[in-house]
Each structure stands twice: as C-alpha cells, then as structure tokens.
Write a protein that binds this ligand. Structure first.
Ligand SMILES: [Zn+2]
Ligand SMILES: [Zn+2]
Length: 300
C-alpha cells in the first residue's frame, strides 16, 4: 500500500465559513486522498500537491471513519490511515471507468480484506453488467485476479438512478459530458450541507439541465481543472475542463466554494501555485492537495 504522500491537513476555512461550521458544530468532512488526473505523478516536483490519482473519502457527520468513497484511483491506498485497524464498510461510487479512477482498487488493504463490506457502484453501459465492466481491466491477462478475487463482501452494482439514500447521504447521480464511456457526476447532501463531485467534465461541450442541477448552489464543488487556457485544445480533445471553465461554472451556479481538482500529471507544485495565485473568480476557491480535509457546511 502506498502511503508515502499521505499528509493530513485541515483546510482552514474563511471566517464566514468558520462561523457557519461552528453554527452547525457537526458536519461532513471530505478527505482528498488523490487529486491527480490521468496517471500518478511521482517525483520531487509533485510532493506538496501529491501525485496520487482521484479518490475522495467522505466522513459522515459525527463519525471518524469514511463510509462513502468517490472513485478509486491510486489515492485509495491511503484509506487505511483514516481507518486505523478497521476495514472499510460502505459504498464506492465510480464516476467512470478510466484507469485513473479505478486503478487503486486492488491495492487497498482496507477494502481488500476478509472483514470488509463494499458496494461498488459502476456506471453501467452497452448492456454490460457492473461486474463484467470491471472485469475488463480486472482480469487476466491485464491483471492477475478477477473481481471475485477481492477479499471481503463485495457487491457490483449499477450507479443509482436519480436521487437515492446511500450510506445515510442523499446522493444524486447524473451523466455528464466527458469522453470515452459513460461518466457520472454526483451531488451529495446531508442536513448540514452539500457538495458536488465532477472530476472529469467538459463544460465547453454544453451543460445540461441535469448537470446544472448537480452543482446549483452546493456548498463545495470539486471540479475538473486539468488544463489551462493555453491548453484549451487539449481540454477539448480529451473531454476535460480548463481552470477557467471550472470557475465560470462555479460562479454561474452560485456555489459556496470551488475546489480545483484532477490536476494534470505534468503540473508541478510551482505551476499549481502560479495557477492558484493567478486565477480570478467571484467564488472562493482552493486548489486540491492530497491529504486536505475540507468541512462541508453552509456559509450563510
Ligand atoms: Zn480522470
Ligand atoms: Zn476520464
């Protein structure tokens, strides 16, 4: 299990948000276990923001252990640091099946052990079951084991339709614009606040009413910011967002805070610093860093 980059650091909210969090006292926490897109980024230039691919742990109000994970990129390998000696028991929502969102799954001891319980939700497509879609990458000759080789009690399920109750959260899933297979965005809410997770999203291809509803007025939006404006043609080619795309969507949807997420694997710490310093937005924003813990609460 790779734990080399795990550093737990609580994001310090603005005074307004601090007041709101104190008002609610208890709130959901998001712990960013992996913030990269495409492929891991090891090396000295990537130490501060981290090199693991997409995975976010959601810790329910009043709990210490996460029960919901968003994606299973290589960042999921650090999940054990949140759980101590305990197994993971909960749900994993996969936004889509690109490698950077699934690759960590068989390398996470907290999910791959006899006493774990995992409901894995996969965007089903082309008439193929969730299990068989997963097996396309998790079976020989691509990998030594099949999905059934994972230890613990696993269920391979399709992504829930519309809005459902999942692990005590109100979860809404909707298909969003990306490239290369069906991709979902998620809105997750509880009594204290709401957040949306759209790690791979191309708003330039058009924002549907369903997508808009996912992000409208959420307290925290984690959004694809893989490319810069100079790289707009690449963003178009690969179905991703630029930083400005993410800012424009967040400003337009009146979100509480924007988290720039799914950084390019070639973007160094120094470059991410410069992007953060140079971006102009109405919405308060921060740049995702591995190990960051973000409280979800209303700023009002
Ligand atoms: Zn991705
Ligand atoms: Zn993708």
């Amino acid at each position: 299990m790779s734990q080399g980059h795990a550093r737990w650091e609580t994001f310090i909210p603005t005074r307004t948000i601090q007041r709101a969090c104190l008002h609610y006292l208890r709130h959901v926490d998001l712990v960013l276990l992996g913030v990269r897109g495409s492929t891991p980024a090891p090396g000295p230039g990537f130490v501060r923001y981290g090199g693991h691919t997409s995975c976010v742990a959601v810790v329910p109000t009043g709990a210490t252990a996460p029960t919901l994970l968003l994606d299973a990129g290589t960042g999921i390998g650090s999940l054990g640091l949140l759980l101590g000696q305990e197994p993971f028991r909960g749900s994993i929502l996969l936004s889509h099946l690109h490698w950077d969102h699934v690759q960590g799954l068989p390398f996470c001891r907290a999910v791959d052990r006899d006493d774990s319980r995992v409901d894995l939700h996969v965007p089903v497509q082309d008439g193929v079951s969730a299990r068989d879609l997963l097996a396309r990458m998790l079976s020989p000759p691509s990998f030594p084991i099949e999905p059934e080789g994972l230890l613990g009690r696993w269920r391979f399920l399709g992504t829930p339709d519309g809005t459902v109750s999942l692990e005590g959260f109100e979860v809404t899933a909707a298909e969003i614009e990306h490239k290369g297979g069906r991709t979902m965005g998620f809105r997750v809410a509880d009594a204290a606040g709401s957040f949306a997770y759209l790690p791979d999203h191309a708003p330039a291809r058009g924002v549907s009413a369903q997508t808009r509803a996912l992000v409208e007025g959420v307290d925290v939006l984690l959004h694809d910011a893989q490319f810069t404006e100079d790289e707009r043609s690449l963003a178009g080619d690969y179905g991703h967002a630029t930083v400005q795309d993410a800012v424009a969507l967040a400003d337009d949807a009146g979100v509480g805070r924007l988290v720039l997420f799914h950084h390019s694997p070639v973007r160094t710490d120094a470059q991410l610093d410069r992007i953060t310093d140079g971006v102009s937005a109405r919405v308060p924003l921060l740049t995702a860093r591995e190990g960051m813990r973000i409280p979800v609460c209303r700023a009002g």
